[in-house]
Write a new protein. Structure first.
Length: 414
């Protein structure tokens, strides 16, 4: 690409102006879009935001005073520009006549006319890239013409995935031959495709499937599980860990610490009276034995999947979380699905008793849509935390609460 400066001053040269405009339209993908209509077997239609040929690029106009003061430099610049247009028939020049009292009638380059994408990319050194794009585009659209809209929206996608297209097209063929397959990703048997290939390209694969095989989607499933749930693959089982706190509840002697897929737990109505839920794993493992009870732990923000266990609605549920804004947000999330859930050790007395163990939240939940799910005492404590009543972003993590304090709370339930 030619220098932006001309004649050792700060003036932008005609050739640099032209190349800057071509490079700008290249970066926007407009030059790549302009060749979409030239794909064999495709119907040429006007492309939105694509360069249309012949393409007339307006050139810089010089003020009469500039022309008078820098006539020699401008003449050399125009000669260089004319030479560049002739070399390889890169572009044509459209001239305009200008009249000046000092210089008389003068011809000035007004527009550069470019007749093809090949001419344009030759001026900015992207000829090989364009050729590769055209080659890949023909292969992809020949196999999957419905991908045209996606490519038109993001034409550089063709080049970014240049080494992956054979495998990606094989994967689309596999999904077309196996609608709603009901298997795990590991069982997808497409040439050149393995689990790591799919895992590292999840978002792209979902976009390709939606565009190329619109009837393949079986559910609206955004997010991390969008590929499995959206296209009929089996998802990795969502597991729930629990401890039975009463030996009489165990399915067999000594079997008390269990990890089950959520659907299996939903199908097994454990005959307990109380269900404790706590986030911290150590809390769950060290939770004291308690008659007719069990404890579920370690779910984090996956706590909402407990809504799939219908028999929990008939149990007494107690949630034990951190005393901080996130802990109350989690309690409120749970209570949306299990409105009978009560908080455990998430009160002001517990907070003040353990002042020596306070830490700080890195960031507080400032506004929560679930605040209305809290009872008056919980809402009041949350308000005090948000307003720094006890100090700056105070929190009491559940695992810092003394075990005897927990046992006392459990004894009060008996």
């Amino acid at each position: 690409m030619p220098s932006v400066r001309s004649g050792g001053n700060d003036r932008v040269s005609l050739l640099a102006k032209l190349c800057d405009e071509i490079a700008r339209r290249w970066r926007q993908g407009d030059l790549l879009r302009s060749v979409l209509g030239a794909v064999p077997g495709d119907v040429a239609t006007p492309r939105p935001r694509a360069v249309a040929y012949p393409w007339r690029v307006a050139l810089l106009r010089r003020a009469p005073t500039d022309a008078l003061q820098n006539w020699s430099a401008l003449r050399d610049e125009i000669e260089t520009f004319v030479a560049a247009s002739v070399q390889g028939q890169a572009f044509a020049i459209e001239w305009s006549e200008r009249q000046s009292r000092q210089l008389g009638a003068q011809r000035w380059p007004a527009y550069a006319r470019i007749d093809s994408a090949d001419q344009a990319v030759g001026l900015i050194g992207e000829a090989e890239t364009l050729a590769r794009f055209v080659e890949l585009l023909a292969d992809v659209l020949r196999a999957r013409p419905l991908l045209r809209g996606m490519i038109e929206s993001d034409p550089f996608l063709i080049l970014q995935c240049r080494d992956d297209w054979p495998s990606l097209l094989n994967l689309l063929d596999w999904f077309e031959a196996h609608p709603c397959p009901g298997c795990y990703l590991r069982e997808v048997d497409a040439p050149g495709v393995d689990t790591k290939f799919i895992e590292s390209r999840r978002g792209l694969i979902v976009r390709l499937l939606d565009q190329a095989l619109p009837t393949a989607r079986v559910a609206d499933a955004p997010g991390a599980l969008g590929l499995e749930a959206g296209f009929g693959l089996r998802s990795k089982p969502r597991l729930v860990r629990l401890r039975l706190l009463d030996e009489r509840l165990a399915p067999m002697p000594g079997l008390s610490d269990l990890t089950l897929p959520i659907d299996q737990l939903a199908a097994w109505p454990i005959p307990c009276q109380r269900v404790f839920i706590t986030e911290n794993e150590v809390n769950g493992l060290g939770f004291p034995m308690h008659g007719g009870s069990m404890v579920i732990f370690g779910l984090g923000y996956g706590i909402e999947m407990l809504s799939e266990i219908s028999w929990l609605r008939d149990r007494s549920v107690h949630y034990w979380g951190d005393i901080d804004t996130h802990g109350f947000a989690m309690l409120a999330r749970l209570r949306r699905h299990l409105p009978q859930a009560r908080s455990l050790l998430m009160d002001q007395a517990t907070l003040l008793e353990h002042r020596a163990h306070w830490t700080q939240e890195s960031a507080q939940v400032v506004v929560s849509a679930f605040d209305t799910c809290l009872d008056p005492a919980e809402a009041s404590l949350l308000h005090s935390l948000r307003n720094q009543h006890f100090g700056n972003r105070v929190r009491l993590e559940q695992e810092r609460i003394r075990l005897r304090w927990l046992k006392a709370a459990l004894d009060a339930m008996s």
